[in-house]
Design a protein around this ligand. Structure first.
Ligand code: ATP
Length: 227
């Protein structure tokens, strides 16, 4: 198993956000982490990366218990995060942003530029002059430059124009076809479900359903994801 969360409970101060998250994924799988607003998706991701330490339960990555591991060490173990809100270095160029996160592996600037031709065209531009969509592509590119065994995308297409969203989904499909393991949170089911191998649904901080996209009936969608 590449990633395994068992009975994870996480708090913000005294306030409990996760009450028992179970999630597992195998190498090469694309898993969609789903649930309505505030159900604990981002907190689950923060827990995986050691950003919100868990109080109970365990998280194992590639066989190692990382439940109490520091964030910088977790990143070095081969976990790449594309956080909500596309964080890049505003005063570095596109190429510098990519180089700043580079670790040895198949993903190089050349490969990232091939995945996102828009970034290639803007290589010398400062990140703060990019459009929101381009910054999001750069955030994905930066995570790929770490050559992660698992890449985690938190709302990577949120608020972006449809044409840009399509470019990002196309890139995700390309990653999947290359066997990249991906954990992805996204609100647009029509775009998310076609790339997902499996879905994990959270409700009020607990895992309530796991299954394949084909098994996610309209009734289940209404019960767990409807507004
Ligand atoms: P969204 O889709 O809106 O991002 P989410 O499923 O990612 O939602 P979380 O952001 O993980 O949900 O929130 C889970 C719970 O934790 C919510 O009840 C939220 O109010 C609470 N929470 C999130 N961040 C904090 C924080 N910094 N301090 C206190 N409580 C928080």
């Amino acid at each position: 198993m590449l990633l395994e969360l068992a009975k994870v409970e996480t708090f913000y101060g005294a306030s409990q956000a996760l009450f028992g998250v179970d999630l597992h994924m195998a190498e090469g799988e694309v898993v969609a982490l789903m649930g309505r607003n505030g159900m604990g998706k981002t907190t689950t991701i923060r827990s995986i990366f050691g950003l919100s330490p868990l109080r109970h339960g365990t998280i194992r990555f590639d066989g190692k218990d990382i439940s109490a591991t520091k964030p910088y060490r977790i990143a070095r173990l081969g976990l790449g995060l594309v956080p909500e809100g596309r964080r890049c270095f505003a005063n570095l160029t596109v190429a510098e942003n990519l180089l700043a996160s580079a670790r040895r592996g198949v993903w190089t600037i050349k490969e990232v530029n091939a995945l996102f031709p828009r970034l290639a065209e803007r290589s010398g531009q400062y990140a703060n002059t990019l459009s929101g969509g381009e910054q999001q592509m750069l955030a994905v590119g930066r995570a790929l430059m770490t050559n992660p065994q698992l890449i985690v995308l938190d709302e990577a297409t949120e608020g972006l124009a449809p044409v840009i969203r399509q470019e990002i989904w196309k890139a995700i499909a390309t990653l999947k076809s290359r066997g990249q393991s991906i954990l992805v949170v996204d609100k647009t089911l029509s775009e998310l479900l076609p790339v997902a191998d499996r879905c994990v649904i959270l409700e009020r901080g607990s895992t309530v359903w796991t299954g394949m996209p084909q098994e996610l009936t309209a009734e289940l969608q209404d019960r767990y994801l409807g507004v």
